[in-house]
Design a protein around this ligand. Structure first.
Ligand code: ZN
Length: 409
């Protein structure tokens, strides 16, 4: 490999083309539910990578309302493969982009716009890194089989994408590299080595309705019971163990002269290990049954039902991921760039892949305010942006680390 200076020179020279790719991608609305927009972005993405020798496969989502997943492959001869993972969708409906004038908007070192950071900037990073690999290490680039995966609906946590990837990973897959945003701690760039799992739930309390004037003593107040049950759920949060329960929505009752017969709440829990998630779920299910709130007249009890709405498994800290992170830290040392690791609360496609092949996340550029489209006049609220000057150093880091991975036995 040539030295670090010529790598950075190459990346600097290539950056305007990468930003042009990004500009065009940001201009295509790809809200998860905008099926046509997601598919249009998928076609454009395939075109962008075709000159590098990639051929495209589209895989329909299990949900007919979502666009196609995209898989690009460039076969090599070595029997070894590296997977790179991004997603096509964003959280911004077209009307919201128009309403908030949220579009491609460079300002100094920042570029604002939908998906600039989450995650079209990550896709531009993949494009940049593959060009750099072809330039500085053509033999490695040719020998490796490169597989690139885009989830059409990552923002809705659709699990089918995990199977799309896992069925296409080859025996010699060295890593799944996820290009979600980088973390920062002071001057340190943080790679993501673990992510929390998440369970979402609904609690439904059935009480007994009664006339609030004449039959008050016969009522079993579902809202009072729900309040008690939610207090109990709140105490399940355990910061020491990184376990959180969030009571997120609540509703109940109908009219003011009626003791409410039903009340409903929904929420989620998150934790880093499968064991902690299993304990959290068991503790949650244990609140089901007859409640303490009863009708004063005849002790009719409210009853509490618990439903799990969804379960996303955690990506726990593990040795294979740590081995990859160590390569990125060595590459950082080579480039005089401090690199650390973090465990993140939010989910990514890494949660679906880590136990199939070694997985590392956080390889995208730096930016902030993901999932925000609003700007306030006083500047206290600004929308999602990516930092332009984070691209070249991060692409250099990813390139050097991937070469280390390719050379490792
Ligand atoms: Zn994302």
């Amino acid at each position: 490999m040539q030295n670090a200076t010529s790598l950075k020179d190459f990346l600097t020279q290539k950056l305007p083309a990468a930003l042009e790719v990004l500009r065009q991608m940001v201009g295509m609305n790809s809200f998860t539910a905008n099926r046509d927009g997601v598919n249009r972005l998928g076609r454009f993405t395939a075109e962008c990578f075709a000159p590098l020798g990639f051929t495209a496969e589209t895989v329909p989502s299990v949900s007919p309302e979502y666009g196609n997943h995209l898989v690009l492959t460039r076969p090599g001869r070595s029997g070894r493969s590296i997977a790179m993972v991004s997603h096509l969708d964003t959280v911004f409906p077209p009307e919201e982009e128009v309403r908030n004038h949220f579009e491609w908007h460079p300002e100094g070192d920042l570029i604002y716009g939908p998906g600039t950071h989450d995650i079209k900037g990550g896709t531009a990073m993949i494009w940049l890194v593959l060009h750099a690999l072809r330039e500085v290490a053509p033999a490695v680039f040719e020998a490796m089989t490169w597989k690139l995966f885009w989830n059409s609906s990552e923002e809705t946590l659709s699990h089918d994408f995990g199977d799309v990837c896992r069925h296409r990973f080859e025996g010699g897959t060295l890593a799944a590299l996820v290009f979600e945003s980088e973390g920062r701690l002071g001057g340190e760039r943080l790679m993501v080595v673990a992510r929390k799992g998440r369970g979402t739930w609904r609690i439904t309390v059935d009480g007994r309705g009664a006339h609030a004037g004449s039959r008050h003593r016969h009522g079993a107040n579902a809202i009072l019971q729900l309040g008690q049950t939610l207090q109990r759920i709140a105490t399940l949060t355990d910061y020491e163990r990184d376990l959180t329960f969030n009571v997120a929505t609540v509703s109940g009752g109908t009219v003011l002269n009626r003791v409410p017969h039903e009340a409903v709440a929904e929420g989620e829990f998150r934790a880093f290990t499968p064991e902690a998630c299993a304990r959290a779920k068991a503790a949650l299910l244990a609140v089901a049954g007859a409640g303490d709130v009863r009708s004063p007249a005849d002790r009719f009890p409210c009853s509490v039902r618990v439903e799990m709405l969804s379960e996303s498994r955690p990506w726990p800290r593990n040795a294979e991921t740590d081995r990859l992170a160590a390569l990125w830290q060595q590459a950082g040392a080579d480039l005089a760039m401090p690199v650390g690791v973090e465990q993140r609360g939010g989910l990514s496609d890494g949660n679906l892949l880590w136990d199939a092949v070694p997985t590392l996340d956080g390889l995208g550029p730096w930016g902030d305010n993901d999932h925000c489209s609003e700007r306030s006049a006083d500047g206290s609220k600004v929308p999602e942006f990516v930092e332009v000057t984070s691209f070249v150093p991060k692409a250099a880091l990813n390139t050097v680390a991937i070469l280390k991975l390719a050379e490792a036995k």
